[in-house]
Design a protein around this ligand. Structure first.
Ligand code: ZN
Ligand code: ZN
Length: 367
């Protein structure tokens, strides 16, 4: 074969390979988007219907009513405040992706169907836009994680983790969410390994008191706690809380998150009364912020009731709180939501041990 013929053959093979790659990539992206749409639709089907807007409700972004599109609300707003079109929230979110999930009225995070629909709208709008697309994908993954679609959330995060970001903090945030996805998808050991490496790198590059470092070590403490590595979990949580108290105000959501894990540590150490006192403080702060019937408050109440059940003479209070939380979570999230199942499993655990405090103390259940 002459030089020209060899060149032509190589070029043809190169072109064929390029076209094949492009086809594969398109097929993969197409499939991936389809899977994600399916997962979002499946999560939305499990979110129960919320209160309907009053007839005169208007969107807080565009000030129009429900004629053009339905009005939604799922945040801490009460009364006539906080109703909006998802399209309007998405338009505002496109301009300011970092704050897209904060309600413009009450500044709390969107939950439930609003969170899922808004994540989907931003993800569709931001496709192919570099950092915007990455952020929108991680928002969708976060919303899917929160609504029990862990397999698709994990797949999205694994793909994001393979993409270079060029920004250290953003890379750390992707690793943190990937670790959370592994944990939620039933592989806490994998999460632990990722978190150990992340805490080391974030401490070296950003410092021990950077919010990213603190969030990674708090998450590692929670995972260790769930894995039953009680002694190390206690050390990690206490030191993270100590550092966080220099950086965040007392009722900051981050402090409340670390304190929640500290309450589990207290229980593992047999200090149930300390755990209950801590839960009471956290629940009071969260109820003021999110409202008393918010799912996050009901999950905390579930945990407090299980700790209370281990204290002699408190069975009545524990049972009343736990049944209330089960009822509340089934109504707010749907009876098959992971949080509703979690509360029911705590109730079943108390019933299995006959609500006997000594029996419950011998069988602490944090896993
Ligand atoms: Zn609107
Ligand atoms: Zn609101």
């Amino acid at each position: 074969m002459g030089v020209r013929a060899a060149f032509a053959a190589t070029a043809a093979a190169g072109l064929a390979f390029y076209l094949w790659q492009r086809r594969q990539r398109r097929r993969y992206l197409g499939e991936s988007r389809e899977y994600t749409e399916t997962a979002i639709a499946s999560a939305l089907r499990r979110v129960p219907a919320r209160e309907a807007p009053p007839a005169d409700a208007t969107c807080y972004v565009c000030l129009d009513g429900a004629e053009r599109a339905p009005l939604h609300r799922d945040c801490a707003c009460r009364g006539s405040s906080g109703w909006a079109h998802v399209e309007c929230l998405a338009d505002a979110g496109k301009a300011n992706v970092d704050n897209a999930f904060l309600c413009g009225m009450c500044r709390s995070l969107f939950q439930g169907a609003v969170q899922l629909r808004l994540a989907r709208a931003l993800w569709r709008a931001k496709a192919g836009e570099g950092r915007g697309a990455r952020l929108a994908t991680s928002m969708v993954a976060g919303a899917l994680l929160q609504h029990g679609e862990t397999a698709e959330a994990l797949r999205l995060m694994e793909r994001l983790a393979r993409e270079p970001t060029g920004d250290a903090v953003e890379g750390f945030r992707v690793d943190l969410q990937l670790a959370t996805a592994h944990d939620e998808h039933g592989d806490p050991r994998r999460a632990e390994a990722l978190l150990r490496s992340l805490v080391g790198r974030a401490t070296a590059e950003l410092g021990a008191e950077h919010p990213m470092t603190l969030t990674a070590s708090a998450t590692m403490g929670a995972v260790l706690n769930r894995l039953g590595d009680d002694a190390e979990a206690a050390v990690v949580i206490r030191s993270t809380l100590g550092a966080a108290q220099h950086v965040f105000p007392a009722n900051d959501p981050f402090i409340l998150f670390v304190e929640t894990t500290l309450a589990h540590v207290h229980e593992n150490e047999g200090r149930d009364a300390d755990a209950v006192a801590l839960y009471e403080r956290i629940i009071a702060a969260q109820s003021r912020k999110l409202g008393p019937s918010h799912p996050a408050v009901s999950v905390l109440t579930t945990n407090m009731a299980a700790a209370l059940a281990k204290i002699d003479g408190r069975r009545g209070d524990a049972e009343r709180l736990l049944r209330g939380a089960c009822h509340q979570l089934a109504a707010a999230c749907g009876p098959e939501h992971p949080d509703a199942l979690y509360a029911r499993s705590k109730l079943a655990w108390c019933e299995t041990h006959g609500w006997d405090p000594a029996e419950l103390r011998r069988n602490v259940d944090w896993r």
